[in-house]
Design a protein around this ligand. Structure first.
Ligand code: DAH
Length: 342
């Protein structure tokens, strides 16, 4: 048996292969169920006990050698198959299979708003989307049964009617004023919800950016100048603004701001309904009672606030006519914004 083993070892050491198929033949010849080495393992049972140790070792050496040798030969052929193919041109640019994604238009505009206000010292703050009645309404001078609650159709949380899906990011104002001492200069972007029927002009979810500035000497002129700066940065140097008196429970006086129509430049078109102006936000001086509700001394501090809809600004900027496009996530729409980000 030892002799047989030695012959096989010698044979294996000199083994070479010209073709891949030969390697498989070797495997069958040496290692398969009916192979020469397997047969020797079968004979091993009849080896006398005193020789079992030596013979066993030798037999194992033989098997390992055969496995290694056959694997080496196999690898050599596989390597040649992959690297030897000189029709492969490694300098070919990759095919564009991978569709590069793009940022959502609302995110592009939100980031632009953030960057515009950051330049003049506004920080970014966030509140929460499930809000209590106090922060969304009562602290903002809109107690229960106040008629202004009708301005915003609200989703109440059924398990706890004290909780609502916030209808406005003005709720973040309250959190900030409760936590921080003035001076406060912050904007709060985020999603809000209203119980509205979905159409081209209304949706049950949309996005707003709230702005708040509280300090000892803040005037309506500061508000106007801040908003003019914003309008010019956002819509271009020659944009004009117009403030119209309005009503919000948490500001006094309150105003709505229009910008000169970006489409017709004031000449009149269907976007501005032939007025030359489009409304983009609500604003005003923070009502002293709101400051007091948030434990800020209204005899010492004043402030202004404003709130704008991100969808509205995006629609104006990119001339989009249907609000639903923002929430459908149709790639054919979204991929048009690949190059829009500044
Ligand atoms: N929260 C108001 C809304 O959703 C927008 C608004 C108006 C916010 C005036 C303000 C403000 O901070 O001063 O309609």
């Amino acid at each position: 048996m030892l002799e047989k083993i030695n012959t096989l070892i010698e044979e294996l050491e000199q083994l070479t292969a010209e073709k891949k198929e030969q390697v498989e033949e070797y495997r069958i010849r040496f290692l398969s169920k009916k192979g020469a080495i397997t047969a020797l393992f079968d004979d091993f049972k009849s080896v006398p006990n005193d020789m079992k140790k030596e013979m066993g070792q030798r037999l194992n050496e033989l098997r390992d050698l055969a496995k290694n040798k056959i694997n080496d030969l196999k690898e050599k052929f596989e390597e040649a198959e992959t690297s030897g193919d000189n029709t492969l041109d490694l300098t070919t640019p990759p095919l564009p299979y991978v569709q590069v994604g793009s940022r959502h238009p609302l995110s592009i505009v939100k980031n632009e708003i953030i960057s515009i206000f950051s330049k003049i010292g506004f920080t970014i703050s966030e509140g929460r989307e499930i809000e209590d009645d106090w922060h969304n309404f009562t602290a903002l001078n809109t107690p229960e049964n106040h008629p202004a609650r009708d301005m915003q159709d609200t989703f109440y949380v059924s398990l706890n009617p004290e909780m609502v899906l916030r209808t406005q990011t003005s709720s973040v104002q309250v959190h900030i004023m409760e936590k921080q001492t003035p001076p406060i200069r912050t904007i709060s972007p985020g999603r809000v919800y209203r119980n509205e029927a979905i159409s081209a002009r209304a949706h049950c979810q949309f996005h707003q950016v709230e702005g708040l500035y509280i300090d000892e000497k803040v005037s309506f002129a500061d508000l106007k100048q801040t908003l003019l700066y914003f309008a010019r940065e956002m819509f271009g140097e020659d944009t004009k603004i117009r403030l119209r008196p309005s009503y919000f429970p948490f500001t006094e006086p309150s105003a709505e701001m229009d910008i000169s129509c970006t489409i017709c430049k004031g000449a009149g078109c269907n976007v501005c309904k032939y007025t030359g102006w489009v409304e983009i936000l609500g604003c005003g001086m923070v009502d002293p009672q709101v400051l007091e509700n948030c434990k800020i001394d209204s005899t010492k501090f004043k402030g202004f606030a404003f709130g704008m809809g991100i969808e509205r600004i995006t629609m104006l900027k990119y001339q989009m006519k249907d609000l639903r496009l923002f929430f459908e996530n149709d790639v054919r729409v979204l991929k048009q914004f690949t190059a829009a980000e500044k």
